[in-house]
Design a protein around this ligand. Structure first.
Ligand SMILES: Cc1cc2nc3c(=O)[nH]c(=O)nc-3n(C[C@H](O)[C@H](O)[C@H](O)COP(=O)(O)OP(=O)(O)OC[C@H]3O[C@@H](n4cnc5c(N)ncnc54)[C@H](O)[C@@H]3O)c2cc1C
Ligand SMILES: *[C@@H]1O[C@H](CO)[C@@H](O)[C@H](O)[C@H]1NC(C)=O
Ligand SMILES: *[C@@H]1O[C@H](CO)[C@@H](O)[C@H](O)[C@H]1NC(C)=O
Ligand SMILES: *[C@@H]1O[C@H](CO)[C@@H](O)[C@H](O)[C@H]1NC(C)=O
Ligand SMILES: *[C@@H]1O[C@H](CO)[C@@H](O)[C@H](O)[C@H]1NC(C)=O
Length: 655
């Protein structure tokens, strides 16, 4: 492949216009401070794009490009260099990542050079809420009102370079709702972001971060529940704008022949499903339209409405394009870079590099049948709590059989308040490839049991001849960016259903936690890999599971520090501990896990953990990539944290 980077085009442009230093240029006889408005980077690739599979890949950083830049005498090019041959094993040793304010923090000049090389893609962080703060220099009443009005919509955050949907981890600083009562600080937000639209910009950022020991964050949509896509004093790579989708009619690999989609790293679940619908196929993704597909979702495993039949998101991956910690752009698949190919499919995001794109299998178009309903208990209903729990128990008891038939049941269960009963919403229960008549046969015995308990409810059945219609009609739009909320998760293996005693204990334990105030986002799902799937790093606990549960709780905005501590400790050390006890040796789902999960390596990665750590150390001996609960993250800590909650507001230091 031939490459000419945007950086080189830019450097040539600078050369022609008479670069006097890295920060000033002559333009029309005038000395100007160089910025993206007067140093317009070349917009179009000048290489033959037939040799690369997306526009983003047309711009890559190579040794030859760097040599050309050096020849042009642009200063500080060494900061963007690849590691010397043989230096890969050299570690930067002890200490912390370089923080803003420290002597070694890059000067404004270095950031300017970086911005120029990156074609004007560098963004100095302005927190999303700054428009609500009069003294922030960014105050804008109309924009503020708009952000507050759309705060719980994921798109509000996904289109911002640094906003995260669990604001707890950025320290809940600069919240738009508090514009009149506090000041806007950077808190746990990164210092700078690179708005990546090509591979070269990502390579430059990785090389700069590695060479200067900067904290590096990878940020796609900001959906992460654990604070993995933000970090104080970091340089963040924002992948959201890598939006290419290409349909491949007939992809061929050693284990697969058939249709596929090549997805840019910014593709979200909604984009994926729209593309699949356009090409008349079914794609495997999550339920929420805003989640990034090839970013955190697939890297963490990825559960899907079709998982019980077709496996996890990570099981669909055919090929991965990734900028590794040494700054190189490589492809990993069944035949090349096999360790990376194994590790990235389930071993977690922000660990082995920046994924720029993935090619994933797609399934044939198929029928989806299912049902939604809501059941309430409490004194304002006809359902007593006793009946309610009998209803739940009857449903839970049948999980192995439903999962074996390909069921996906996704429901939320909330206490309606102290002694106020419960609300259980099925959102939906569906089976891929099943006709409604067969679905009704499957659910009939349960619904008869419920009728015998005296339950009256209104099932809303559906049947669609394709996934897109089933998904867009029967799945909820999920609210995000709640403050003061912690979640945790556990996978329940089918063996818990083998004996009635264990099953009773499992049900009683889950019920007990909900009765004490936890929410329960429950899934009836099995994540076994379909036959022929190349081995990958998906948490083995998924393969055995028939139930997956997210628990969680919040605290009031005016809660005292003691109350906050009690709630946080209760989730990790009490509720989760009870779930761990009834699933010994099992695990949780790292993408929706507890950031304080003790022994997270075992819980989120299971028996794959040791191999993942070996691959991490081999590909990233410098510790360029880090995120809370990521593979190898136990070698680092964030300064200034409580032992019951790690936020991303401190410095990142080696233990
Ligand atoms: C409302 C909601 C619904 C959800 N529904 C589902 C669901 O149905 N199924 C499911 O499995 N999960 C679901 N999740 C969890 C989701 O999979 C994770 O939050 C996931 O990490 C989101 O990935 P992202 O790239 O969109 O988010 P981000 O927060 O931007 O990133 C998540 C992690 O991935 C890393 N990362 C992102 N992009 C890259 C990249 N290109 N290269 C390397 N690392 C990268 C980030 O550094 C971070 O560590 C849901 C979450 C929410 C909030
Ligand atoms: C380096 O510069 C020369 C001279 O301008 C050019 O011909 C060549 O293509 C450049 N190489 C790369 C890899 O960009
Ligand atoms: C950046 O370039 C200047 C000028 O060439 C040089 O003096 C300085 O040492 C360089 N800085 C770094 C960090 O390499
Ligand atoms: C802040 O005060 C202004 C002026 O009183 C008001 O219009 C605005 O709604 C307030 N903002 C918030 C977030 O309460
Ligand atoms: C399990 O629970 C059911 C329903 O509450 C009960 O009938 C049964 O006796 C219990 N079995 C055991 C082994 O505890």
């Amino acid at each position: 492949m031939a490459f000419l980077t945007r950086a080189l085009l830019l450097a040539s442009a600078l050369h022609q216009t008479g670069l006097v230093s890295a920060q000033t240029i002559y333009q029309n006889g005038e000395l100007l401070v160089a910025d993206e408005t007067n140093v317009a980077p070349a917009a179009a690739p000048v290489v033959d794009t037939a040799s690369v599979s997306s526009d983003a890949e047309a711009f890559q950083l190579t040794d030859a490009v760097l040599a050309n830049l050096t020849a042009l005498d642009l200063s500080n090019i060494s900061l963007f260099q690849f590691p010397e041959e043989g230096s890969e094993k050299r570690s930067l040793g002890l200490g912390c990542k370089t923080a803003p304010g420290s002597l070694l923090w890059p000067s404004k000049l270095v950031w300017k050079v970086f911005n120029l090389l990156a074609g004007g893609a560098l963004i100095e962080t302005v927190p999303i809420g700054a428009v609500c703060y009069q003294n922030s220099g960014h105050y804008n009443a109309a924009k503020c009102a708009d952000i507050i009005q759309h705060w719980t919509e994921s798109e509000t955050h996904a289109r911002d370079p640094t906003s995260v949907m669990s604001p707890l981890y950025q320290g809940e600083t600069c919240m738009p709702q508090n514009g009149n009562t506090s000041t806007c600080e950077l808190g746990g937000f990164p210092s700078y972001s690179v708005k990546a639209t090509n591979v070269a910009q990502i390579q430059l950022a990785v090389n700069l971060a590695r060479n200067l020991n900067l904290r590096l964050v990878v940020h796609n949509t900001g959906h992460d529940f654990l604070g993995k896509s933000t970090g104080a004093g970091a340089l963040s790579i924002w992948t959201h704008n890598l939006k290419s989708v290409n349909f491949i009619k007939s992809y061929s690999s050693p284990s697969y022949k058939g249709p596929a989609l090549k997805l840019g790293a910014g593709i979200q679940v909604g984009d994926l499903y729209a593309a699949a619908s356009k090409y008349g196929v079914t794609a495997v993704g999550g339920e929420c339209k805003g989640v990034g597909v090839t970013g955190g979702y697939i890297a963490g495993g990825g559960h899907s409405p079709v998982s019980s039949k077709y496996g996890m998101g990570a099981d669909q991956v055919l090929s991965i394009d990734v900028v590794t910690p040494n700054g190189r752009f490589v492809t990993a698949d069944e035949t090349k870079n096999k360790d990376l190919f194994w590790a990235i499919r389930g071993g977690g995001g922000a660990t082995f590099g920046v994924v720029t794109g993935m090619t994933v299998k797609v399934l044939p178009k198929m029928t989806f049948s299912g049902v939604t309903f809501t059941i309430l208990s409490g004194s304002d209903t006809d359902v007593t709590d006793d009946v309610f729990w009998s209803v739940m128990s009857a449903y839970w008891r049948k999980f192995p059989s439903y999962a074996a038939q390909g069921s996906y049941g996704y429901s939320t269960l909330f206490p309606r308040g102290p002694d106020a009963g419960y609300m259980w919403s099925m959102l939906p229960w569906l089976v891929p490839g099943m006709k409604l008549a067969d679905f009704k046969v499957m659910v009939a015995p349960l619904f008869e049991e419920w009728a015998a308990l005296g339950l009256v409810f209104e099932p809303k059945y559906f049947e669609h001849d394709n996934f897109y219609d089933a998904w867009s009609t029967h799945f909820p739009t999920e609210a995000v960016a709640n403050s003061n909320l912690r979640t945790a998760s556990r996978l329940f293996p089918s063996k818990n259903w083998d004996s009635e005693a264990t099953l009773n204990e499992t049900i009683a334990t889950i019920r007990g936690i909900i009765e004490e105030g936890s929410a329960f986002i429950g899934y009836n799902i099995n994540g076994a890999a379909p036959a022929g799937t190349p081995e990958n790093a998906v948490n083995p606990a998924w393969r055995e599971a028939v139930m997956y549960g997210i628990i969680g709780s919040g605290w009031a905005p005016d809660a005292t520090p003691q109350e906050v501590e009690v709630t946080n400790k209760k989730i990790t050390r009490d509720w989760m501990e009870r779930l761990r006890k009834i699933t010994p040796g099992g695990g949780g789902y790292g993408n929706e896990g507890d950031v304080m999960e003790p022994n997270f390596g075992q819980a989120f990665f299971g028996s794959n953990y040791d191999r993942l750590v070996r691959i991490k150390k081999a590909t990233d001996p410098w510790g360029v990539f880090w995120a809370p609960t990521a593979v190898g993250s136990e070698d680092w800590y964030i300064t200034g944290q409580e032992d019951w909650l790690t936020l991303q507001t401190g410095r990142l230091c080696r233990k």
